[in-house]
Design a protein around this ligand. Structure first.
Ligand code: NAD
Length: 298
């Protein structure tokens, strides 16, 4: 059993902290919002009055926060209150530059640090089946792995500081672009009089095959578990896809990488979200492409 501090008890953080409690760890948590603190307390998390109080005496600290600025602010606030040599892991999805800055601040405070963003969503967080993409030293990864295994089923060491965030945004840039391509193909098929079932049967066993098609098909029917079968309730919200695509574009700009399809995908999801569909599943962008969910003109 370890003493673990958990900062950020939102949609993802709360079920992740609950799984650490279930695994037998003593978890002390903190969130800025009272409602999140109260909900986490019901799952066995001891609630601290502040992040600094939560991390005092902790073997490991985890953060699960909205964006890079929250992570930098939070780590800056608590790092000197954490025991020297403690392990500090950020599981948020943030920009690569902020992730690297957080590693530097952690090293300066004598902590072992890891960026470990996740995929799997709220369902995976609750079921303890997340994938963790980790960036940091071999030593930090080795110490973090048994803790992360309480919350996930795949724990991958991607490289040095920031490599976890890089893996996450590269993966999601592929996902955003392939989802749009898949949606375009189904929308075109409809106009050509080709049934969705026939397109699925061909493409799912041909060179058009992808996860977006075979696991998350954007039309109802072929993949019964996909959000298309429940009016595009997420799933993976379009606003979160847009966040990840923007992070990918920021990273591409900072290193001079050429990502025209990633840029197009970010623009299309920005339009979809601006039209009021940020809470829809990201596969709902097919309705936008069909022209059935375009914003009304002013
Ligand atoms: P959320 O908004 O539900 O939770 C974030 C929590 O952090 C909030 O409760 C907020 O009050 C708290 N917070 C903010 N600043 C704080 C601070 N300084 N100290 C303490 N608490 C603070 O967001 P979420 O859906 O749980 O996502 C968290 C991270 O996980 C994000 O980076 C997101 O991109 C990533 N992520 C989310 C999903 C998903 O499906 N929700 C999937 C993969 C990755």
């Amino acid at each position: 059993m370890s003493k673990i501090a958990f900062i950020g008890l939102g949609n993802m953080g709360a079920p992740m902290a609950a799984n650490l409690v279930k695994a037998g760890h003593a978890v002390m948590g903190f969130d800025l919002l009272e409602a999140q603190r109260a909900a986490a307390a019901l799952t066995g998390v001891t609630i601290a009055g502040a992040a600094r109080q939560a991390v005092a005496g902790a073997d490991a600290v985890l953060t699960m926060l909205p964006a890079g600025r929250h992570v930098i602010a939070s780590w800056t606030e608590f790092l000197d209150a954490a025991p020297k040599g403690s392990l500090v892991i950020d599981c948020s999805t943030i920009d690569v530059d902020s992730a690297k800055r957080a590693h530097e601040a952690g090293a300066a405070a004598g902590a072992l640090t890891l960026d470990a963003p996740v995929s799997g969503g709220v369902g995976g967080a609750s079921a303890g089946t997340l994938t963790f993409m980790c960036g940091g030293s071999t030593e930090a990864f080795a110490r973090a792995k048994p803790i992360l295994e309480n919350m996930g089923k795949r724990i991958v060491h991607c490289g040095g500081p920031g490599a976890g965030q890089a893996a996450k945004i590269c993966n999601n840039m592929i996902l955003g672009a392939t989802m749009i391509a898949t949606c375009e193909a189904f929308a075109l098929a409809e106009k050509l009089g080709l049934s969705a079932r026939a397109l699925f049967e061909v493409a799912s066993t041909s060179s058009g095959q992808s996860w977006s098609l075979t696991s998350y098909c954007p039309v109802p029917g072929p993949v019964p578990a996909s959000p298309a079968n429940r009016d595009y309730k997420p799933g993976f919200a379009a606003s979160l896809m847009l966040k990840d695509l923007r992070l990918a574009q920021e990273a591409a700009t900072s290193v001079g990488a050429v990502t025209p399809l990633g840029a197009e995908a970010a623009q299309l999801y920005a339009l979809f979200v601006a039209a009021g569909h940020g809470g829809d599943d990201f596969s709902g962008v097919i309705n936008f492409l069909r022209g059935t969910k375009i914003p009304a003109p002013n």
